[in-house]
Design a protein around this ligand. Structure first.
Ligand code: ZN
Length: 428
């Protein structure tokens, strides 16, 4: 999928009111299912998942605050951030004093509507711009929240693209926030874009790629609880994707126990991307990767972001909207992941066959034929380096040192192998 196609999907998903359960989440996954063949999974309310329980399902049809003249001053229909997520139903007339504890604003960002939830404690509330609050001068207001909390289920979407090996790379993004752009839709859209590209070349894939789109925290925990032994057996690496469409450079957080071959593939892709990037260690307060990396699970999942959640002022407010993000940056995030996967797929273990001093490359027909003398020297040097370091190590370790992608290094390793100077073993 290209930038224009991702934008068209964004426009369909943005208006939907999503939460960690409910029909908005279900509808969003159904729309994504039109682009990639998602398997929809439902976990029933009350399902125990380690220390957690799948909550009741929340759905909402209407919510507003009306002044004494019958004018709706806050209306869920205008912006679905106006209602605190998981608000219980409320009807009645409230004095301003009684209403105030249920109103959420950000005084230092007076135009922004904040995103507030109360998933695990029964409560209700409205989120509004501070400027709207300052205009509320009536002594009482009519309040309506027509919501329902009931036995239902938590919905998630999964897609497995099978390669030659059952060993998997896991790619996760949370889905379940209402109308926000960078921290909500950029993560799922990055993975949808990537999955659509991998599907076109699935016959060539060495490894399998599993995509999971699920609500944050309870969604990933429920998924891990249901699939723990398979995940531990098959997942070689992977990442969560979130906040991947703002104008910042890339930030990659490595897994708790980092430096897996998949991390190297990501780091090489970052170096080749031409964008500014930072690599940080695992954060216990990061995205859903923290559950995959947790005690007893121990799956090495990193996290790809541009500006991390919480580190930009628009985060979790109505200002995180379409104007805030760039579809070119979103597409570049898809490109980066695709390039990381190409590196990972190209990686292999190499072992020298030729021994007793350096091979004479021209004798083996490996002296480059290009006319540029500098290029010649560079390729010759790389061929010699790959042979010299071929002691059973991963090619990616060598490509990193040479400052080239594993994809490029693999082309050179294949030449050396074709002339029986090294042996290649796929890392399956
Ligand atoms: Zn968030």
């Amino acid at each position: 999928m290209n930038s224009r196609q991702l934008e068209a999907l964004f426009d369909r998903l943005f208006p939907i009111n999503r939460s960690i359960t409910g029909n908005g989440l279900r509808k969003s996954l159904a729309i994504i299912g039109e682009y990639i063949p998602l398997n929809i999974i439902e976990y029933k309310s009350g399902t125990k998942c380690f220390d957690w329980v799948v909550p009741e399902e929340w759905n909402i049809s209407e919510a507003y605050i009306e002044d004494q003249n019958g004018k709706r001053i806050v209306d869920f229909k205008e912006n679905n951030l106006h209602v605190m997520g998981y608000s219980i139903p409320v009807f009645g007339i409230f004095t301003m004093d009684d209403l105030l504890p249920h109103l959420f604003t950000i005084p230092e960002k007076p135009d922004a509507i904040p995103f507030v939830t109360s998933y695990y404690k029964r409560n209700w509330g409205f989120c509004l711009s501070h400027n709207t609050l300052l205009k509320m001068k009536d002594s009482s207001y009519r309040v309506c929240i027509e919501s329902e909390l009931s036995e239902g289920s938590l919905t998630l979407g999964e897609l497995l693209i099978k390669g030659k090996s059952k060993k998997e790379v896991l790619l996760f993004s949370h889905i379940g926030h209402p109308s926000m752009a960078n921290d909500q839709l950029s993560g799922p859209l990055t993975l949808v874009g990537l999955a659509s590209r991998l599907l076109t070349k699935k016959e060539m894939l060495k490894y399998s790629y599993r995509f999971v789109l699920a609500p944050e925290t309870i969604g990933s925990i429920a998924y891990i609880a249901r699939n723990k032994s398979r995940l531990r057996k098959r997942v070689m690496g992977g990442m969560t994707a979130a906040c991947t469409a703002d104008h910042g450079g890339f930030t990659y957080r490595t897994p708790k126990r980092g430096n897996t071959p998949f991390d190297t593939a990501v780091e090489t892709a970052l170096k080749q991307s031409g964008e500014i990037f930072e690599i940080h260690g695992f954060s216990p307060l990061g995205c859903d990767e923290r559950h995959f990396n947790s005690h007893g699970i121990g799956i090495a999942i990193g996290s790809l972001m541009r500006t991390p959640p919480g580190q930009y002022p628009e985060y979790h407010t109505s200002l995180d909207n379409k104007d805030f993000i760039s579809f070119d940056k979103l597409t570049a995030s898809v490109d980066l992941l695709e390039s990381a996967i190409s590196n990972f797929e190209s990686d292999c273990i190499i072992q020298a066959i030729h021994k007793n001093c350096e091979p004479k490359l021209d004798k083996h027909g490996l002296y480059p034929t290009t006319s540029n003398k500098n290029d010649k020297n560079q390729e010759t040097g790389r061929l010699v380096s790959i042979w010299a370091l071929a002691d059973g190590r991963l090619l990616s370790e060598i490509s990193t040192g040479l400052g080239i992608s594993t994809v490029e290094a693999r082309k050179l390793a294949d030449k050396l192998a074709a002339h029986k100077l090294i042996r290649i073993r796929e890392t399956l």
